[in-house]
Design a protein around this ligand. Structure first.
Ligand code: PAF
Length: 282
């Protein structure tokens, strides 16, 4: 695996990797890699001739009181993992390389960026879309691989790609879970043992909604009530949101129709975790 820290070197290596019509995949990450990231890499390997990954803890997607400084960083270990997965190119720029002095251009997907996680994290999605747009510009991938766990991020990136005519196919990969159902996340490392035991209640509340839906309840408010009831089983979990929305527009849905996204976010102490499932009438 070749590792690059500058945009110029990464751009040159990617252009070489794409030579002769090779399909280049990009797996953007913030490091602290877990099985969820590996499933993105493996899907990219299966679908592309060459795979690039990036490790960049992107400061612009963290709010002033969020965990940018303490976000888990394990660069050496991450490199070993990516090497084992036979990733071809790794881009690991410094903050100054991605955000040089005087940078004033931002990419904002209006109308979607203030929904779901965007409500509690103002500016978060602007940071995500700006850095992903920059990565797409640098790597020029044929396909970008993103986890379904960040369903709002996925919808917003898809919209950005459509609106700005990026020639990138966005591939969504399923949520990877721990044996007790907790969605894998780099932030799970923050949980103390008691919080770790409580955390799967987020997924259990989604499963409860699925169960009630399968029994014939399609009204969103009733389904949300049943999910909220499950959340109360764990007093240490503070619900941020539990919403039923259109997966493309993130607009509220009154009832389940075609494919609908059920998304949840909750706090365990100061750690904010998210999860989601899709329900479909088709
Ligand atoms: O999902 C993430 O890890 C980040 O939001 C991403 C897409 C790498 C952008 O920093």
């Amino acid at each position: 695996m070749q590792i690059f820290k500058t945009i110029q070197e990464m751009r040159a290596a990617c252009s070489l990797a794409k030579g002769g019509g090779q399909r280049l995949g990009l797996v953007p990450t913030m490091g602290a890699l877990h099985e969820g990231h590996l499933s993105l890499v493996r899907t990219a390997k299966a679908q592309c001739d060459a795979v690039a990954a990036s490790i960049f803890v992107n400061p612009t997607q963290f709010g002033p009181n969020e965990d940018f400084a303490k976000y888990p960083r394990s660069f050496e270990r991450d490199c070993e993992i990516l090497e084992q997965e036979a990733v071809d190119l790794l881009f690991a720029p410094a903050v100054e390389e991605m955000y040089p002095q005087g940078m004033t251009t931002w990419v904002t997907v209006e109308g979607l960026s203030d929904k779901l996680c965007g409500k509690a994290r103002p500016g978060h999605f602007r940071g995500v879309t700006t850095v992903v747009a920059k990565l797409f510009q640098i790597v020029q991938p044929d396909a970008g691989f993103f986890g379904q766990k960040d369903a709002a991020q996925l919808a917003i990136i898809r919209r950005m790609v459509r609106d700005l005519n990026f020639a990138v196919e966005i591939v969504a990969c399923p949520v990877v879970r721990e044996p007790d159902g907790l969605a894998m996340s780099s932030r799970n490392a923050y949980l103390d043992p008691q919080q770790r035991r409580a955390a799967p209640v987020l997924y259990r509340s989604l499963l409860k909604i699925q169960e009630v839906f399968k029994r014939g309840e399609h009204r969103a408010d009733k389904l949300i009530d049943s999910g909220k009831q499950t959340i109360t089983e764990e007093h240490s979990v503070r619900l941020d949101y539990l919403e039923i929305v259109d997966p493309d527009t993130l607009d509220h849905a009154d009832e389940i129709s075609k494919t609908t996204l059920v998304a949840i976010a909750g706090y365990l102490g100061s750690t904010r975790l998210i999860d989601n499932i899709h329900l479909s009438t088709e």
